[in-house]
Design a binder for this molecule. Structure first.
Ligand code: FAD
Ligand code: UDP
Length: 810
C-alpha cells in the first residue's frame, strides 16, 4: 500500500473558527466511480487518478459487465504503470436493475471490508454509481462533473435524480469547465471550476516528430486535417462531409473509437480516413503528421458544457486549431490567433486555408499560445483539487463532532453582571448601545481621547442589529436578518479595517414573481424574463420602460418614484405588495426615499448595491465589534439597560444610541418604528436557493424575504441555515418609518436633545434615520470629531488626533 501522505491544510477555511478543526485528514484509499474504463482513452479521470495513485491506493470502479456466471464478482485489473487497480464488476446477465444495484453494493462492501478501509474517499465521475455506494461512510465525497451527462445520447432516465442526490451529499464538486460551473454553481456551496489541463511535455513531442512516422497515416497525402477523440453524437458529421467534399485535395484524418453511433452513419469519402483508436502514447506521433487540428463539434445540448481537453493538447503539439463555437473554447482560446472559431462549413474551410497559407507566421502565433499553455497543467489542477479535498475532509470531521454551545458562552466577552448598586462608579463617558453607533464612539473616545468609557447594551451581545453567531448546527447566521456591508467611503473602510479583514462579496437578490426568480432591482434581465422580451441594449430597455412609465408631476411618495419610472404593472409586481408588508403602509403613504433605494436599471448589472466597496467582515460582525471594544479603557456591560445603570453609574457624558423618544419618556408620543419577527431554520441540505436573498413581493405570502446565510459568509457546511422575515408593528424597533408627520415629531425630540449638552444622540434609533451601517459609522466618526473638539471631552495629554482622513470621512 502507498505511504500515507497528509493532504495540505494550508487552504483551510478559517472563516468559521472551530476547535475541532485540527482533526487529522485520515484516509488511505480512493474509490473512483467512472463510466469510462481505465484503459479506454486517457482522459481527465486517468490524469487525476494517476497522480492520486502516487499518494494513495486507488480503485477505479468501472461499469458492470454482464456474464453467464450465476454469482457476481469483482475483477481486479492492476495497472502497474499508474498503480491504479481497475475494478470490473461481473454480474449475471439476467439480473434486474434492483438485483444489479444490490449486487454492486455488496461487492463494494466486501471490497472495503477485505482491504480494511473504514472511510475511503469516494470520487465520482458518474452519478449512476451513487445509487449503490451512497451508504458508505466516506472520508469525503467528491463529484468531478466532467460533462452534462444527462444531455448525452442514451443517457439513463434516472441519471438526473441520482446526480441531484450526489450533489446534495458531495463535500466538494469540481466541474470540467466554466460553462458547467455556471450551470451548477447554485446547487452547491463548495463547487469549483477546473477546466481540462494538459501534459505539455507529452504533446510537445509532436513539434519535432516525423510527420510520416505512423505507417497508416504516413501513406495519406497532405495537407492533413486531423481530429482525435471519441467519435460520437457530439461530432458534426455533416461538417466533416462538407469539408471533405469541398476540398478533395485535403485529407481528413480521424483517430479514435466510434461510440454510440454506427459506422454506417460516418461520412465516407476517399479523403476521409478513420484510423481507429490509438494509445495515449501514440497521439503526439499522429499529431506530428497534421497541418491543422480540427474540432468539428456539433453545437447542441450534448456539447453545451464541454471543455475539450484536446484544445490545449493540440496547441501543445504545435498545431493550429479550427473549432466550431463551443462556449468554453471561445471563452478560453477564442482570443488567441492559434485557434480559429468557425460556425459554418465555409468558415471552417476558410480558417483551415488561412492556417495552411500562413506557415511563416506560425512561430509568432505559437509563442502567444505557449504563454497561455504555461498556466494550464494537470499537476496544478491536481494539487488545487487536493487542497480542497483536504479542507473537505477536515470540515466533514469537524461538523460531525460539532457541539452547539451557548452563543455567548464561548466568546471572549463573558456574560456580564450588573455592578453592585451600592457602589457608585464614575466614568468619563457612558455609551448606551453596543451597535455601530455606540461601539465606534466608545472606541474613539477610549483609544483616541483616553477616556474611561462604559458601554451598556440591554441585549446579551455586542454588534447591535449586525450581531452574527454560529447556530446549533454550526452555521454562521445573522440573528437580526442579513447585513451586507457596502460603502463608497474609503475612510470608513479604512477605519473598520483596523478591526477586521474582509471577504469580498457582491449581493444579488432575486424576486419570486409569477413563478419565476427575477433580479431585483429591476434590470434588463428582469424585463426580458418577465415579459418574454429580448431587449438587447440599454436604449431598447429605456424605450420599453418609457412606454410603461406614467408621468407624475410632483414625486413625493414611494409609489410616485416607481410608477413614474417603470409603470403600474412592474410597480404592482415588485413593489406594492412588498412595501405594504414591510411597512404596514401603502407606498403612497411613504416618503419617496424608501423605494428610491432600489433604482431601476436598463443594463444587466444584477448587483443589489453599486457601491465601490462591498464585503463582509472575514470572521463576522461580532468578532469585528469585539476587536473594536477590546480596550483597557472600555468596560462592557451586556444584558444591562440604560435604566438599570442610570442611578448606579455616573458619567460626565452620555452617548445614547437607543430610541430617542424612549430617552424622553415618550413626552411627545411614541415615534413609530417597524419591527420584524425572524424565523430561523437549519436544513439538512447544502444549498436552499441560488442567491443569498429571495424577495417575495406577493402580498398573500406572509414573509417578505428568505435569506440563506452561507452565501454571505462563504461557509462550507453540509447543512444550510435560512431565515424568514415577517414584518410586524410590535417588537424591537428596527426601522424608523420615513413619513413627514413622523419627522415632525422627531424634530420636537431633536430640539429637546439639543438642549442637553452632556448627552449625545447617535445612530439609527438615536437620530431616527433610516441609515445603513456605513452611514451610522460615518455619523459616529463625525460626532466624535465634533465632541473631541470640545474641551470637556478632549484630553490633550492622551489624545492622538483622529487622522485627517478619518475626520473627513463623515
Ligand atoms: P443598533 O444596531 O440598533 O444598536 C443599538 C443598540 O442599542 C442595540 O443593540 C440595542 O439593544 C441598544 N439599546 C437601545 N436602547 C437601549 C437602552 N435603553 N439600554 C441599553 N441598550 C439599549 N445596513 C446595511 O448597511 N446593510 C444591510 O444589509 C443592512 N441590513 C439590515 C437588515 C435588517 C433586518 C435591519 C433591521 C437593518 C439592516 N441594516 C443594514 C441597518 C443596520 O442594522 C443599521 O444601520 C445599524 O445596525 C445601526 O446601528 P446603530 O448602532 O445605530 O443601532
Ligand atoms: N422594495 C420592494 N420590493 C423589493 C425590494 C424592496 O418593494 O423587492 C421596497 C420596500 O419598500 C423596501 C424598500 O424598497 O422597504 C427598500 O428596500 P431595501 O432592500 O433597501 O430595504 P432594507 O434593506 O432596508 O430592508
Amino acid at each position: 500500500m502507498n505511504a500515507y501522505v497528509p493532504f495540505s491544510l494550508t487552504h483551510l477555511d478559517t472563516t468559521i473558527s472551530n476547535p475541532q478543526q485540527d482533526a487529522a485528514v485520515n484516509f488511505d484509499t480512493v474509490v473512483c466511480f467512472s463510466h469510462l474504463r481505465w484503459d479506454f482513452v486517457l482522459q481527465r479521470p486517468q490524469h487525476l487518478m494517476q497522480r492520486m495513485a502516487k499518494q494513495r491506493r486507488v480503485f477505479f470502479f468501472e461499469e458492470y459487465i454482464p456474464c453467464d456466471h450465476p454469482l457476481p464478482y469483482l475483477e481486479h485489473h492492476h495497472f502497474p504503470d499508474s498503480g491504479v487497480t481497475a475494478l470490473r464488476p461481473r454480474l449475471p446477465h439476467w439480473w434486474s436493475a434492483e438485483e444489479r444495484n444490490e449486487g454492486l453494493k455488496n461487492l463494494l462492501d466486501v471490497l472495503l471490508m477485505t482491504i480494511r478501509e473504514p472511510k475511503p474517499l469516494l470520487w465520482f465521475y458518474t452519478p449512476m454509481m451513487f445509487g449503490f455506494s451512497r451508504h458508505i461512510d466516506a472520508a469525503a465525497i467528491v463529484y468531478d462533473c466532467m460533462d452534462e451527462l444527462s444531455s448525452f445520447k442514451l443517457a439513463p432516465p434516472e441519471l438526473r435524480a441520482l446526480e441531484r442526490d450526489l450533489v446534495a451529499k458531495a463535500d466538494v464538486v469540481f466541474t470540467g469547465g466554466y460553462s458547467l460551473y455556471e450551470a451548477k454553481r447554485h446547487l452547491h456551496d463548495n463547487i469549483h471550476p477546473f477546466p481540462s489541463a494538459v501534459d505539455l511535455d507529452h504533446f510537445a513531442q509532436a513539434r519535432t516528430g516525423d510527420p510520416d512516422a505512423c505507417a497508416d497515416q504516413g501513406q495519406i497525402k497532405g495537407p492533413r486535417l486531423g481530429f482525435y477523440g471519441v467519435v460520437d453524437e457530439r461530432l458534426n458529421l455533416d461538417l466533416l462531409r462538407q469539408v471533405a467534399a469541398a476540398r478533395p485535395d485535403w485529407s481528413l484524418v480521424v483517430v479514435g473509437p466510434v461510440v454510440k453511433i454506427g459506422h454506417d452513419d460516418l461520412p465516407k469519402a476517399p479523403n476521409i480516413h478513420y484510423l481507429g483508436p490509438k494509445k495515449y502514447a501514440e497521439l503526439p506521433v499522429y499529431l506530428a503528421g497534421w497541418d491543422v487540428a480540427m474540432m468539428p463539434f456539433a453545437i447542441n445540448e450534448a456539447t453545451r458544457f464541454i471543455s475539450p481537453t484536446k484544445t490545449p493538447e493540440y496547441l501543445a503539439g504545435g498545431r493550429p486549431v479550427v473549432s466550431t463555437p463551443i462556449v468554453d473554447v471561445v471563452r478560453h482560446y477564442g482570443e488567441i490567433r492559434a485557434v480559429a472559431i468557425a460556425d459554418t462549413a465555409e468558415a471552417f474551410i476558410s480558417s483551415c486555408e488561412q492556417f495552411l497559407q500562413a506557415r511563416q507566421e506560425w512561430p509568432d502565433i505559437q509563442k502567444e499560445a505557449d504563454q497561455l499553455l504555461e498556466t494550464i497543467s494537470w499537476d496544478r489542477t491536481f494539487s488545487a483539487m487536493v487542497r480542497l479535498i483536504g479542507d473537505s475532509v477536515v470540515n466533514r470531521t469537524a461538523q460531525s463532532r460539532y457541539k452547539p454551545t451557548d452563543v455567548l458562552a464561548d466568546r471572549r466577552i463573558a456574560k456580564p453582571t450588573v455592578r453592585p448598586s451600592n457602589r457608585r462608579r464614575h466614568y468619563d463617558v457612558l455609551v448606551v448601545g453596543a451597535g455601530f453607533a455606540g461601539s465606534v464612539l466608545a472606541e474613539r473616545m477610549a483609544a483616541d481621547s483616553g477616556k474611561r468609557v462604559v458601554v451598556v447594551d440591554r441585549r446579551p451581545h455586542v454588534a447591535g442589529n449586525a450581531f452574527d453567531h454560529q447556530d446549533a448546527a454550526g452555521v454562521m447566521v445573522h440573528k437580526y436578518g442579513p447585513h451586507i456591508f457596502h460603502t463608497n467611503s474609503q475612510n470608513i473602510v479604512d477605519y473598520l479595517s483596523r478591526f477586521t479583514q474582509w471577504r469580498p462579496y457582491e449581493h444579488r437578490v432575486l424576486a419570486s414573481v409569477e413563478n419565476k426568480l427575477l433580479p431585483i432591482p429591476i434590470n434588463r434581465t428582469t424585463l426580458n424574463g418577465l415579459y418574454g422580451l429580448s431587449l438587447q441594449n440599454e436604449d431598447e430597455a429605456a424605450a420599453f420602460l418609457a412606454t410603461r412609465a406614467e408621468p407624475v408631476e410632483n414625486k413625493r411618495t414611494s409609489e410616485d418614484v416607481v410608477v413614474s419610472t417603470v409603470g403600474r404593472h412592474l410597480y404592482e409586481t415588485f413593489f406594492r405588495g412588498y412595501t405594504r408588508k414591510q411597512w404596514g403602509l401603502d407606498p403612497s403613504e411613504l416618503d419617496k426615499s424608501v423605494t428610491s433605494r432600489i433604482p431601476t436599471r436598463t443594463n444587466t448589472d444584477d448587483r443589489y448595491f453599486l457601491d465601490s466597496f462591498q464585503a463582509m467582515p472575514l470572521h463576522g460582525y461580532t468578532r469585528m465589534f469585539e476587536n473594536m471594544l477590546d480596550h483597557d479603557n472600555i468596560d462592557l456591560q451586556l444584558g444591562v439597560s440604560f435604566q438599570d445603570v442610570r442611578k448606579e453609574v455616573s458619567a460626565d457624558h452620555v452617548v445614547f444610541t437607543g430610541p430617542v423618544d424612549e430617552y424622553f419618556d415618550y413626552r411627545f408620543g411614541k415615534l413609530p418604528y417597524r419591527s420584524l419577527a425572524f424565523q430561523h431554520e437549519t436544513l439538512d441540505q447544502r444549498r436552499f436557493q441560488p442567491v443569498a436573498v429571495v424577495n417575495y413581493p406577493l402580498q398573500d405570502v406572509p414573509y417578505t424575504r428568505i435569506t440563506e446565510y452561507k452565501h454571505l459568509t462563504g461557509q462550507v457546511h453540509a447543512k444550510t441555515s435560512i431565515s424568514y422575515e415577517f414584518p410586524c408593528a410590535d417588537g424591537d424597533p428596527y426601522y424608523p418609518i420615513p413619513r413627514a408627520e413622523n419627522q415632525a415629531v422627531y424634530r420636537r425630540y431633536a430640539t429637546l436633545a439639543e438642549g442637553l449638552p452632556d448627552v449625545t444622540f447617535v445612530g439609527r434609533l438615536g437620530t431616527y434615520q433610516y441609515y445603513n451601517m456605513d452611514q451610522v459609522v460615518g455619523q459616529a466618526l463625525a460626532t466624535y470629531k465634533r465632541l473631541a473638539a470640545r474641551d470637556e471631552v478632549h484630553l490633550p495629554t492622551r489624545a492622538t488626533a483622529l487622522t485627517p482622513a478619518l475626520a473627513n470621512s463623515a
